[in-house]
Design a protein around this ligand. Structure first.
Ligand code: SIN
Ligand code: CO
Length: 421
């Protein structure tokens, strides 16, 4: 969602009655001129529109002759390494289906004459003339630009209402396309279920524009939009790239880690006798927080604990642990315990736990986390075997945790006791 620019006033300042008029929102549609393909200087575009609000520029690339045609695009979509998708629309049901490439000629021969679109990413890497389109955005840092994606759509074709998480300049290459967009900053962003496409469950357009060849629609990230071809249409989308904060953090953490000598380790010269077996206590978490420094500054205690518990029980595992993947029914577990079969810890699974309100615990086992009563967490950390009639295994919260641990293989049932003859 493009964030409005916040203006800060001192918290104690009284609210002065506003005498100034609010600046009028800049127009959503402008006309390009020969000198100004954006219809304005790039500096104005960046201040008023970039990452803030959509803009239609009429005639931005007037007279531009698209360097590839639909046949070229279909040919490229048949290459093994091309990233191609065909999206078919079912108008009656308002549904869209995705078929990923590569394709062969028979794929295209089987398509109807309407309601589908072919999209190929990274076409600028395959075709130097298509890469020439990037001159249109040369006022942006080149490292912010991802690719030129080209789509060919038959009448009625489109990919359905969606949002993109990056800025995009949609250049109309051939034919016409009707774009519906929503500039409502509170527009719902929930996704439809049951489709491979990330389509919006709800879409209420605030504006509609029909783009002709040479027109450009700029969309900041997270603006709901839907483009439908009017007749045959080709669109060239210049997409931006912006790493997720999670990706930046991960890469930075790896970078930091590479600088650290192996000799720098978690250390606890201040250790006191354990209060409970397997417990990761507050002092341990504080030591971890100190090692992580600025990376952990914003982390809540509970998140730090949940991450560290998973990490430390996965750390230096000598053998992979895999369960059946099937979560047994509670009744099944009760019956098996009733038959006398004990619970065994997987010998390679490490266990630890943290306190989790009242009598609860978050129990970690080989990188997994389950919630359970504190007594069970402590028992599983202390003992490799819990007998079938152990009172700890009677309550339903413990059985629910066991279900999860059995499914991932961190615990298993002992063999059935031999019957005496
Ligand atoms: C298209 O080019 O068909 C779709 C592009 C988009 O909506 O992002
Ligand atoms: Co889009």
């Amino acid at each position: 969602m493009p964030r409005p620019v916040k203006r800060h006033a001192p918290a104690s300042a009284p609210e002065a009655p506003s005498t100034r008029k609010r600046a009028a929102a800049p127009p959503i549609e402008v006309h390009a001129s020969r000198d100004m393909p954006l219809g304005m200087p790039p500096s104005r575009f960046l201040t008023q529109y970039w990452q803030k609000q959509p803009l239609v520029v009429r005639g931005a690339l007037a007279g531009w002759d698209p360097p590839i045609d639909p046949d070229d695009l279909a040919g490229l979509a048949c290459e093994d390494t091309a990233l191609a998708r065909i999206v078919r629309r079912d108008r009656k049901r308002s549904q869209w289906t995705l078929q990923r490439g590569p394709y062969d000629e028979s794929t295209f021969a089987a398509l109807p004459s309407h309601d589908w679109t072919l999209l190929v990413q990274d076409v600028d890497k395959w075709d130097a003339d298509v890469a020439g389109l990037l001159d249109f955005v040369r006022f942006l840092p080149t490292w912010r630009i991802d690719d030129v994606m080209v789509s060919y759509a038959t009448d009625g074709g489109g990919v359905g209402p969606h949002i993109d998480q990056y800025d995009v300049f949609l250049v109309q290459g051939r034919g016409q396309r009707e774009w519906a967009i929503s500039t409502d900053r509170n527009a719902p962003q929930g996704l439809r279920v049951g489709t491979d496409l990330r389509l919006l469950a709800e879409f209420h357009p605030t504006h509609r524009f029909t783009l002709d060849p040479g027109d450009v629609l700029y969309l900041p990230p997270n603006v709901p939009h839907d483009g439908v071809a009017i007749g045959e249409s080709m669109t060239f989308s210049i997409g931006m790239r912006a790493p997720a904060e999670s990706e930046l953090l991960l890469d930075f953490a790896e970078f930091l880690a590479e600088q650290l000598p192996e000799t720098r380790r978690y250390a606890d010269p201040d250790l006191r006798p354990a209060r409970a077996t397997g417990l990761i206590d507050a002092a341990a978490l504080e030591r971890v927080r100190t090692v992580l420094g600025p990376l952990a500054r914003r982390l809540r205690n509970v998140d730090l604990a949940h991450w560290f518990g998973r990490m430390i029980t996965r750390y230096r595992s000598a053998a992979p642990i895999s369960g059946s993947g099937q979560t047994p029914e509670l009744g099944q577990i009760r019956d098996t315990l009733a038959s006398g079969r004990a619970i065994l810890r997987h010998p390679f699974a490490r266990f630890a736990w943290v306190e989790h309100g009242g009598d609860g615990a978050a129990l970690f086992a080989a990188g997994h986390m389950v919630h359970c009563p504190r007594a069970l967490a402590e028992a599983l950390c202390a003992r490799a075997r819990l007998e079938a009639d152990d009172p700890l295994l009677q309550d339903s919260a413990s059985l629910a945790a066991l279900r999860e641990l059995l499914a991932v293989g961190c615990v298993q049932f002992a063999r059935a006791p031999r019957k005496r003859t």
